[in-house]
Design a protein around this ligand. Structure first.
Ligand SMILES: Cc1ncc(COP(=O)(O)O)c(C=O)c1O
Length: 385
């Protein structure tokens, strides 16, 4: 069998080597603690489960779902958006449910990027921006996210030639993996850049609700002119501990949404209706479960940052996301530090370069593990440093 070039060109899965080492450690009887994956440990809130159980018993929900999502779900998205951001959306043309935001992120590239077109990809960044571009035949152009720039995309540094060839730019705040946040000024610059070069902005807002210390993240669509140039991807995965359910949505520019919808109708057949009703429940019920979840992550964030700082790091407490992004100690690369911590402490951290070459020199800790295990992991790291 000869594989298509488009998959031969995908970058190697950088966690594969670490996965092999984890498997070997486990086989040797080591109690490995993983701080690597950003997958919530808390269960999906009970009221969402109850709705799911009810809807699953309704035979009407066993048939193919509507391609464009249940009107009830689309309406609940528009209502939630208005409550949260005071932005009015047309639930027919400016809202599209997704089988998780990753699905939409990967497919939007098929809608907007032709072979040879450039896609602007933050580095470090969520891998689907890069791999989705390659699968569409596009050329990823990496934009380094640098500490001195608060890990924000610096639009002034993108040269005219590249901007001219670009069709799409990804931004993501609160950010994975750096935990950086963005304000309206930043989004203004993004809109200005997009208008000047006729580029579509895709704001990945997967961590919109996971914020701390009184900070609430603004929507990119709050910026004047944003709806003319872009869309915003949302996910129920992290907000309601629903990673396994596969449900998210995209909102914003109607033409972009229509194009993505056309790709999707030819590839998937929508989200199981019962899950969409569970999504309605999540978005229309009290959001107290979200505040409680943020308190849990805040406690863990404080524990990790304070422990690292007591060990000589200088990490500030991030205002959003479920990650801590820190420099590796001197003398280590991202990979050698991750390997050292795994070999000597039986703890998995993500090497920063797994998210792009500008992530070299960093590691990422995820806060999605219970407090006891997190304390033990930090204690083990303390002992080997
Ligand atoms: C930045 C970012 N975007 C998108 C996703 C995908 O989320 P989902 O497909 O579960 O909605 C993730 C998941 O970790 C993420 O970190």
């Amino acid at each position: 069998m000869q594989q298509a070039n488009r998959i031969a060109n995908l970058p190697p899965y950088l966690f594969a080597e670490i996965d092999k080492k984890i498997a070997k450690k486990k086989a040797d009887g080591v109690d490995v603690i993983s701080l690597g994956i950003g997958d919530p440990d808390q269960p999906t809130p009970d009221h969402i489960l109850k709705r799911m159980c009810k809807e699953v018993r309704n035979p009407k929900n066993h048939q193919y779902p509507s391609y464009y999502g249940l009107p009830e779900f689309r309406k609940s998205i528009a209502e939630w958006y208005y409550k949260r951001f005071k932005i009015e959306l047309n639930h027919d043309t400016e809202v599209l449910p997704l089988i998780g935001s990753k699905e939409g992120i990967a497919h939007i590239l098929l809608a907007l990027v032709d072979p040879g077109d450039v896609s602007l990809v933050p580095d470090p960044g969520y891998p689907a921006y890069n791999t989705g571009t390659i699968l569409a035949g596009g050329i990823p152009h990496f934009i380094p996210l640098l500490r001195e720039n608060n890990f924000l995309v610096d639009f002034d540094k993108i040269d005219e030639e590249t901007a001219k060839k670009s069709k799409i730019v990804f931004i993501n705040y609160p950010n994975n993996p750096t935990a950086a946040i963005a304000d309206i000024n930043f989004y203004n610059k993004a809109v200005e850049f997009a208008k000047k070069h006729n580029i579509v902005i895709c704001h990945d807002f997967a961590y919109s609700e996971i914020t701390y210390d009184g900070y609430t993240a603004p929507s990119f669509l709050e910026t004047e002119g944003a709806r003319e140039v872009g869309v915003e991807f949302h996910s129920l995965s992290k907000t309601y501990n629903m990673t396994g359910w596969r449900i998210g949505f995209v909102v914003g520019n109607a033409d972009v949404i229509e194009a993505l919808g056309r790709v999707k109708t030819n590839i998937d057949s929508g989200i199981f209706n019962a899950i969409q009703y569970a999504g309605v429940e999540a978005l229309t019920s009290s959001q107290e479960c979200v505040s409680k979840m943020c308190e849990i992550y805040k406690r863990r964030r404080d524990l990790v940052v304070e422990t690292l700082n007591a060990l000589g790091w200088n990490v500030s407490k991030p205002k959003g996301s479920i990650y801590i992004w820190a420099s590796v100690p001197s003398g280590y690369t991202s990979a050698s530090f991750a390997t050292h911590v795994l070999e000597k402490a039986g703890v998995v951290v993500s090497p920063g370069n797994a998210y792009g070459s500008s992530g070299e020199g960093y590691f990422r800790i995820s806060l999605t593990i219970n407090d006891e295990r997190l304390k033990e992991a930090l204690d083990r790291i303390r002992k080997i440093l």
